[in-house]
Write a protein that binds this ligand. Structure first.
Ligand SMILES: Cc1ncc(COP(=O)(O)O)c(C=O)c1O
Ligand SMILES: [Zn+2]
Length: 443
């Protein structure tokens, strides 16, 4: 195995390690200061990035970007052709913005629900982790998850012959548990919330000397997420001025930021988008902390002032990070980008998903409907400006949440005879939906 492709660098103190193997043998942390925030620096200065992101390229998977991913040998790749998904235009939101607020913006949707393995953007991490673990000879892995990432790991690791021990909070959907188990992996439902599941997973990993999915700074996850920006470059005619995503722990935003930094090195930089991140209003510690800091004018030490919500009462378990230990990093990054951390109303999730399904023929999942609610809120609050190019990350499809999907049906259509059937056309449905939306979105 060569070790001149990249080095691992500790973000906190700058200590470098030669490769991923060294990072694992140090217990996935900096040997000098114990920080878990390690990044991969690629030695060739990202010189091939311009070619790889060329419009003439038609990649099969995110492994198209292998020169800038922490894997040496392509034979170790475990892939279901993830990471290469459509970026759609959502003109129905553009119309809404123009008609209601006089704002001319363009809105794009990065369709991560199209990822073929599990239908979420966690497939990106799944392929990366399975491939890197395989290359480094590991046969076991431990993860705490609210469901989506454990599912992605379960599938990809099973395919690489690697055992997964997943710890998920009690509130997560039984469907997620069954799905992880179906891949033949181990799953433990933890009495308690996500934070408790993380603690148990970390203890289990340390006791049994098994590598751990080390949270939102995990370099494998960050490296996977960064490829989303490469795809913007490859597919889009214009770069976003606003990036929106559902926010739980913040791996996505960290990966995006890393990518933007690399692009500078590659001489491909563009003005970084304002990151407008959206939490569910039922579990919004970062949005609450941000709101408070903003009100106080971002006083000294604002980055360390955040609430911890124990056992958050949210139905969107995927986004249930009640103890936002990454807040100091995420909030700093958001502020530097000129963005915002807001909350989106969970009780609008079904309505948002119905609207997106009707207007774009895409059935999104509950965690993906939160940034859609957030986008309307951002419009209402003047956070989206005339001329903005908004890119929203559609993080999951509804196939991940059958309970949610079952709520999307608009009306009961059980019939006894043909007399019960009064076809009324799609426009009536559309009008009703928009009337309801207008009520919620503009008041
Ligand atoms: C669909 C979806 N959107 C957003 C998130 C939040 O991800 P992040 O770790 O970037 O906050 C998750 C996972 O937690 C998710 O599954
Ligand atoms: Zn360090």
């Amino acid at each position: 195995m060569k070790s001149d492709k990249f080095t691992m660098r500790c973000v906190s103190c700058g200590t470098t390690l030669p490769d991923m193997r060294a990072w694992f043998s140090e217990g996935q942390q900096c040997p000098h200061c114990s920080s878990r925030q390690g990044v991969c620096d690629f030695s060739d200065g990202y010189r091939q990035l311009k070619t790889l992101t060329g419009r003439d390229r038609h990649p099969q998977s995110l492994w198209h970007y292998l020169p800038y991913l922490p894997l040496y040998n392509a034979e170790n790749i475990v892939s279901y052709q993830e990471g290469i998904v459509d970026i759609d235009r959502w003109d129905f939101v553009e119309l809404f913005a123009r008609e209601h607020y006089g704002i001319n913006c363009r809105v794009y949707a990065h369709r991560n629900d199209q990822n073929p393995a599990t239908g979420t953007f966690k497939d990106l991490a799944g392929t990366m982790v399975a491939s890197v673990l395989k290359e480094n000879g590991f046969t076991k892995y431990v993860a705490a998850s609210t469901g989506n990432i454990a599912n992605a790991f379960a599938k990809y690791l099973a395919s690489a012959g690697i055992e997964l021990f997943a710890f998920i909070p009690k509130g997560s959907s039984p469907f997620q548990v069954s799905s992880i188990k179906s891949y033949g992996q181990h799953v433990y439902r933890v009495e308690g919330d996500y934070s408790r599941a993380k603690t148990l997973a970390a203890e289990f990993a340390a006791t049994n000397n098994i590598p751990l999915a080390a949270g939102n700074f995990d370099p494998m996850r960050v490296e996977a997420k960064k490829t989303m920006v490469y795809e913007w470059l490859r597919q889009m005619d214009e770069m976003p001025t606003v990036y929106m995503q559902a926010l739980s722990g913040g791996t996505g935003p960290i990966g995006i930021q890393k990518s933007l930094d690399e692009l500078k090195t590659a001489g491909l930089s563009f003005k970084p988008p304002r990151q407008i991140l959206v939490q569910s209003d039922k579990c919004a510690p970062m949005a609450q902390a941000w709101e408070k800091a903003k009100k106080l004018g971002f006083p000294e030490n604002w980055l360390n002032d955040y609430p911890v919500i124990e056992n958050p009462e949210t139905e969107i378990q995927t986004l249930s990070t009640g103890n936002p230990t990454t807040y100091p990093v995420i909030a700093k990054l958001v502020r530097e980008s000129g963005g915002e951390i807001i909350s989106g109303e969970e009780n609008l999730a079904v309505l948002m998903a119905r609207m997106v399904a009707l207007e774009t023929s895409t059935i999104i999942g509950p965690a993906a409907s939160i940034p859609v609610a957030g986008l309307f809120k951002a419009l209402r609050r003047g956070m989206i400006r005339d001329g903005d190019i908004v890119l929203i990350n559609v993080g999951e499809g509804a196939s991940r949440a059958p309970e949610f999907m079952s709520k999307l049906a608009w009306e009961n259509t059980t019939v006894k005879s043909l007399e019960d059937i009064k076809p009324n056309g799609n426009s009536i449905y559309r009008n009703k939906l928009w009337m309801e939306l207008d009520k919620h979105l503009t008041t």
